[in-house]
Design a protein. Sequence first.
Length: 246
Amino acid sequence: MAVWLERLVEDAGDIAMKYFRGKFDVEYKEDNSPVTTADLDVNAFLLDGLRKRYPDDCMASEESPVSVEERRAAKRVWFIDPIDGTSHFVRGVKEFGILVALWEEGVVVESVAHFPALKLTMYAKQAEGCFFQGEKVQVSKRDMDTARISCWGRAYRTLNTVDEPMALPALGVAYMAAGQLDGGIVRGRGWGYHDVAWACCAIAEAGGRITDAEGNPLRFDADAPPLPDVLVCSNGVVHRALLGFV
């Protein structure tokens, strides 16, 4: 396990928590999504830490975008979301996270998802496994008869079999990889690779699946199409059934 990467992201979480439910500035980007002082400070901290260790890698952050040409020329790309769920953060809701993933030669090979206010961390690395709170985890084997389904988006709300669906998709994915949830459909617009890349590594290493609505794996290379509006994530057992609802 890359302890240094976990520590870096958790230290970034400490920075976010200094602002959480406190004072910070909020601005709105062209797509009307919020960005706060905390987003920018966490972003700067992560970029500094990653660049010190890997100065030649490409750093593609939500708050520091890079060009397609830069990504195309890079052998390794870090996808960074300084605060996933900024709108939650602004309202003082605990469900927000810090997401970091490393893409190399066509595959996401390492990732961390840290949820500072909940004190939860998931780490995954290709061929080593997925770890939640330091313990190696795997997806469940439950089928649709007993599956715990948590969907995001009104169109799929009736599929939910949990009393309180996850407010943040990234948190739901983490619980899915840990075997506490079994599947879900996520519908949204405007998300980027920084939102999703980490999940592909975590779910794959835990033994599950994450695909588009046609069952195709997601791509994160510079020439990949934009992420689809609908993603399906599961333990693998219920995946085919969930695709039938899309």
